[in-house]
Design a protein around this ligand. Structure first.
Ligand SMILES: Nc1ncnc2c1ncn2[C@@H]1O[C@H](COP(=O)(O)OP(=O)(O)OP(=O)(O)O)[C@@H](O)[C@H]1O
Length: 230
């Protein structure tokens, strides 16, 4: 379980998340919706250890996460992968797609072996696409590479922040199918953040919503929903 407890985030004097708690169980796709600006991406970044909250804590498979960003232990950081809405902001424009996918393996000092090609094939990247740089491919092709990269170290939790927004319907369906197959194969927990309710209805096993006013929770779905103690 990836468990956020009593998370408070402020940007300047504005409180965006006010003691919000959220559980992401393994082997489940939890959809997180809510109006624009209510704090979904903020919560996603906290749960990926990328953003240090003003208050609250995170635990991973029962162990407290002792720090944020680079201060979180590497073994914990690699258990949680984050996919952004805009792949162009998430890649080094100088790298070829093959190198982008292999980045986490290189950082971990591991040989790519066949894994990079296997993941590329799974996300639908074939032929010369793997030799191209980001400016030579479409957003959808780049997002496919980002998904393959996110799966290289086999994370136990995958956080998809508007992963398929801006992509065409067939790319969206393919990427969702890849994530679902990964969940089935590995038992990973998936947080699917989206303002697209129809997508979440199709994709998620359970759904939750953040609300705008101070990110107070509502609980439309039977299971995991954000909770606030206030
Ligand atoms: N780095 C930042 N500095 C200041 N304000 C920020 C920052 N990041 C986000 N915000 C503000 O915090 C609020 C929540 O942003 P967030 O991106 O988490 O919302 P969201 O629910 O994901 O929105 P959307 O659905 O539009 O992507 C917004 O009002 C946003 O403008």
């Amino acid at each position: 379980m990836l468990r956020a407890h009593d998370i408070t985030v402020r940007y300047g004097r504005r409180t965006v998340l006010d003691r919000v708690s959220f559980d992401l169980p393994p082997a489940t796709v939890v959809g997180l919706g809510g109006p624009s600006g209510c704090g979904k991406s903020t919560l996603a970044r906290v749960m990926a250890m990328m953003l240090r909250p003003a208050g609250g804590s995170l635990s991973l498979d029962g162990a407290p996460v002792p720090g944020w960003r680079q201060r979180a232990p590497r073994a914990m950081r690699t258990r949680v992968a984050l996919l952004y809405q805009q792949p162009r902001l998430a890649v080094d424009p100088k790298l070829r797609l093959r190198e982008i996918i292999a980045e986490p393996l290189a950082a971990a000092g591991r040989e790519p072996g066949r894994l990079v090609e296997e993941l590329a094939a799974e996300v639908g990247l074939t032929g010369d696409l793997m030799r191209r740089r980001p400016h030579e491919v479409s957003d959808g092709q780049l997002q496919r590479a980002c998904l393959a990269r996110a799966l290289t170290l086999e994370p136990g939790y995958l956080i998809c922040d508007e992963m398929t927004t801006m992509l065409d319907a067939s790319t969206q369906a393919h990427l969702v199918a890849v994530v679902n197959a990964y969940r089935d194969r590995t038992g990973a927990g998936v947080l699917a953040v989206s303002h697209d309710q129809a997508l979440l209805e199709r994709w998620a096993d359970s759904r939750a919503e953040l609300t705008g006013a101070g990110s107070r929770p509502v609980t439309p779905s039977p299971s995991p929903a954000p909770r606030s103690r206030s």
